[in-house]
Design a protein. Structure first.
Length: 308
């Protein structure tokens, strides 16, 4: 094993594929669950190497990778494209594909078909969708088709316009009570886990204690069964805004700027490429080429060509 690998890195043969049953067993054993978002092959590969429990191909893709203002424009085809790349990289993490806006809200049959695409084409193991009781029938239908579903309550970004912005949810007793009810409905409908986004820590702990299924918190305090962050926030790649609940583990945008700037300077000053970055021909081959060029420039060669 190379020295720059953290101690948690295990060889692939030491790790078992993470299943929804294993995620449930982790909750039962009070073992914290880690989930991060990924949208491409190399990131998924590295996450798998450190033994990430769950990789979510989130529709946050739209904002942190594709540059949209919100997650609303993200399409099924865009999600599937990125799911495929992640599935090529990650072989042991549980892979969850995020159903984009309008892929499950209008029609149950269409929702089941779209959920199916995440498994059949995207190589995912489960799907995630946003919403509470209003999604019950859709969730039941998707699960009846054999597709595990992760729920998502609290700040649900696909409802940003209904919620009036990206603001914490469940802060008054009435809203908190409704969220508890929704959480119970999602569990009863068969969800295998639940994301709780941007809700008070006390409420998230209560939901987590009441439910049998694991909760994954993002901006929901330490009382959840696991934690999830958007990887581009954690790595400091996405600088447009950083939610208060994010912990930055790196400043990669700054590091990228430094590297790109250094490359630009090197090119300008002729410092790149150097000899070690350049392929050369053997002296013999070079001599042959020179001889041939000499011959071709003679009259003989020119007249020879004209007769062909
Ligand atoms: O799209 C996403 O990345 C998400 C996480 C914030 C849970 O839904």
């Amino acid at each position: 094993m190379s020295t720059n690998q953290p101690p948690s890195v295990k060889q692939p043969e030491e790790r078992k594929k993470v299943t929804i049953q294993l995620i449930q067993a982790m909750k039962n054993r009070c073992e914290p669950i880690s989930m991060l978002t990924a949208y491409d092959y190399p990131t998924a590969l590295v996450m798998d190497q450190v033994g990430m429990d769950i990789i979510l191909v989130g529709d946050s893709l739209g904002m942190v990778v594709l540059g949209y203002e919100s997650t609303l424009p993200v399409t099924m085809d865009e999600m599937i494209h990125h799911c495929k790349a992640v599935a090529r990289g990650a072989k042991t993490a549980l892979l969850v594909g995020d159903m984009p806006f309008m892929s499950y809200q209008t029609d149950t049959a269409e929702a089941v078909r779209n959920a199916g695409r995440f498994l059949q084409e995207g190589g995912m193991n489960a799907v995630k969708l946003e919403g509470g009781g209003e999604r019950e029938e859709t969730i039941r239908a998707i699960i009846r088709a054999g597709i595990p579903v992760m729920g998502h309550l609290g700040l649900t970004p696909q409802s940003v316009h209904k919620l009036g912005g990206y603001r914490p949810q469940g802060r008054d007793a009435e809203a908190a009570y409704r969220l508890l009810e929704d959480a119970q409905i999602l569990q009863d409908a068969g969800c295998f886990s639940l994301v709780l986004e941007s809700i008070p820590g006390k409420l998230a702990r209560l939901v987590s204690d009441r439910l049998d299924i694991p909760t994954l918190g993002i901006g929901a305090g330490a009382g959840c069964d696991g934690q999830v962050l958007v990887t581009h926030d954690l790595l400091g790649i996405f600088e447009r805004f950083t939610p208060r609940f994010v912990k930055r583990y790196a400043s990669l945008a700054a590091e990228m700027r430094r590297a790109f700037d250094e490359f630009k300077q090197d090119v300008r000053e002729g410092a790149f490429p150097a000899a070690e970055h350049t392929v050369e021909m053997s002296d013999d081959e070079w001599q042959c080429l020179e001889e041939r060029l000499d011959l071709e420039s003679s009259d003989f060669v020119i007249s020879d060509r004209m007769t062909r």
